[in-house]
Design a protein around this ligand. Structure first.
Ligand SMILES: Nc1ncnc2c1ncn2[C@@H]1O[C@H](COP(=O)(O)OP(=O)(O)O)[C@@H](O)[C@H]1O
Ligand SMILES: [Mg+2]
Length: 212
């Protein structure tokens, strides 16, 4: 039996990383084979590419260079980490995937969704997540959460204007309309416990549908 590839998407401070960890803990307690990984990153090579992408000093980064680096990191991560675990029948919870590139590089940076999709389909050989949870929250709320939480790393994306983050949110909502079967919206403005409950419900509903 093949496993499950679930991605967590949304703007900065939406709660992706926090909820993903909690979902992982819950699944582990239930005795499931689960791994948590992140985009870009998740393997030694991909983590190095991540450092190049997110370094706050790299202000001269060209938009297409950035898109190519993300696709390269994604490829390596998919081959080394995601595919082997899914093949063993496990669950992979991945913090960001192709949708992030479509939104950030395709729309917010203006390269175009379809150009970035083509590049990514080359990188992934067409593999898409089984299920994607989109954590929807106003950028002002997400950014305020990050500002409050001093422990988290400050990266290049945090320096973007609020207009950039609004474009990101609009693009995610557009993607969700394009692919309503795969992408499920979670209201991430709610309390963390409620966001977790809804996320677990979405995943469980998907698993039940898959086995019937
Ligand atoms: N629903 C929520 N309500 C209040 N605070 C939250 C909520 N979700 C996440 N946070 C807090 O906001 C900050 C950013 O969360 P994080 O999971 O890192 O977001 P992301 O990975 O989407 O950027 C963390 O300090 C986290 O504890
Ligand atoms: Mg995060």
């Amino acid at each position: 039996m093949s496993g499950l590839f679930i991605t967590f998407e949304g703007g900065e401070g939406a709660g992706k990383t926090t909820v993903l960890q909690q979902v992982k803990e819950k699944f582990e307690q239930d005795g499931m084979q689960v791994i948590a990984t992140r985009e870009p990153g998740g393997s030694v090579i991909a983590e190095k590419v991540r450092d190049v992408i997110l370094d706050p000093l790299h202000t001269e980064m060209d938009a297409r260079t950035e898109a190519l680096l993300y696709a390269a990191a994604r490829r390596q991560h998919l081959v080394e980490t995601v595919i082997p675990h899914v093949k063993k029948g496990g669950i992979v919870l991945c913090d960001r995937f192709v949708d992030s590139s479509l939104v950030y590089q395709g729309v917010a940076r203006g390269i175009g969704i379809d150009e970035v999709l083509q590049l990514n389909l080359f990188a992934t050989e067409g593999m898409m997540p089984d299920l994607t949870l989109y954590f929807d929250v106003k950028p002002e709320v997400g950014l305020a959460r990050i500002a409050e939480h001093k422990g988290r790393e400050f990266n290049r994306l945090d320096q973007e204007s609020i207009a950039f983050h609004h474009k990101v949110r609009k693009a995610y909502l557009h993607l969700q309309e394009r692919e309503p079967k795969r992408i499920h919206t979670i209201d991430a403005s709610e309390q963390i416990g409620d966001v977790l409950t809804k996320s677990l419900q979405e995943i469980q509903a998907f698993m039940e549908k898959k086995t019937t």
